[in-house]
Ligand binder design. Structure first.
Ligand SMILES: C[S@@+](CC[C@H](N)C(=O)[O-])C[C@H]1O[C@@H](n2cnc3c(N)ncnc32)[C@H](O)[C@@H]1O
Length: 284
């Protein structure tokens, strides 16, 4: 069962029929929805945007998402200590997987690092698969695609991966603690959890400018380029609902990971003043 997205023009700040007071709820952008509905609503969003996802990412961030992702992967430096077994969760069209494999190959002549791309959405994975067909990794053991919910990864064994990445994905999941606990389970002891996500901008001037840009320009671009305003409105709103840096760092520790101290450059590293942010943790 899924609730229809609000009709165009309807303020998305609250659901038209609020769930009963004792119901378990989740945020879907600025709407509060019954917890068991969020997953299908998010699925509708990514079903709708899948074929235009890469184009819209470039347009809405003016290409900046590429810099954030490049920086994310280059700091992880895959291949430096030898080949890695990686899992890229909520991996969508494979942006992070491709960067991991390219980095390891170009910098360390490493053709043994592998990435398993997992995502809940078959349409997004299909786009990723098509894209990898154009690369040298297609039909090699270096990349594979798996449909899976980040909150319930029972198809993936305990203590398996050296590196777990999740980029711009965790805020779409209904239960962040469940995602983190599955990340902890599938990583090897000593393995790294790395999350790239939109986060909290602390500078008030940057924050105002960013709000104006994202709430007016991004849904408009969604309408023009993808014919879908509501999905992009959701994506912008979901960013504002994501916990700020110290709160998310604590959630990572609560899952069992060791992090750096609660400062920029410690448990997390802000990109562009916190518009995006990288959190890392190590399984102990
Ligand atoms: C904004 S896209 C990010 C894709 C890719 N990581 C990137 O950086 O370009 C978010 C992805 O999260 C996926 N997703 C949402 N909820 C999920 C869940 N519960 N489990 C796994 N993937 C999920 C969506 O299907 C979508 O592909």
């Amino acid at each position: 069962m899924s609730a229809p997205p609000p009709p165009p023009g309807q303020p998305p700040s609250s659901s038209s029929t609020p769930p009963p007071a004792d119901a378990r709820t989740a945020s879907f952008g600025f709407r509060t929805v019954p917890e068991d509905m969020k997953e299908s609503l998010v699925k509708q969003v990514f079903n709708s945007v899948a074929s235009k996802y890469d184009l819209m990412n470039d347009a809405s961030s003016m290409g900046v998402h590429r810099l954030w992702k490049d920086d994310f992967v280059s700091k992880l430096d895959p291949g430096r200590k030898g080949p890695l077994r990686c899992i890229d969760v909520a991996g969508g069209t494979g942006d992070i997987a491709l960067r991991i494999l390219d980095h390891a190959r170009e910098k360390y002549a490493d053709r043994e690092t592998t990435v398993e791309v997992s995502d809940i959405n078959a349409e997004m994975l299909k786009e990723g698969y098509k894209r990898f067909k154009k690369t040298m990794y297609h039909n090699t053991p270096q990349v594979s695609f798996h449909e899976a919910n980040a909150q319930e990864m029972s198809a993936f064994k305990d203590n398996t991966y050296d590196l777990y990445t999740i980029a711009f994905g965790i805020r779409n999941c209904t239960s962040i603690p469940d995602v983190l606990s599955e990340a902890y389970r599938v990583l090897k002891p000593g393995g790294t959890f790395a999350c790239l996500e939109f986060s909290k901008v602390n500078n008030p001037i940057l924050s105002t400018l960013y709000d104006q840009y994202s709430f007016s320009v991004i849904p408009l671009m969604g309408t023009i380029l993808a014919g879908d305003r509501d999905s992009y409105q959701y994506l912008v709103e979901s960013i504002r609902k994501f916990p700020p840096q110290p709160t998310f760092a604590q959630m990572i520790r609560d899952a069992g990971f060791k992090t750096g101290p609660d400062v920029d450059g410690g448990a997390w590293t802000d990109q562009w003043g916190g518009i995006a942010c990288v959190h890392t943790g190590v399984k102990i």
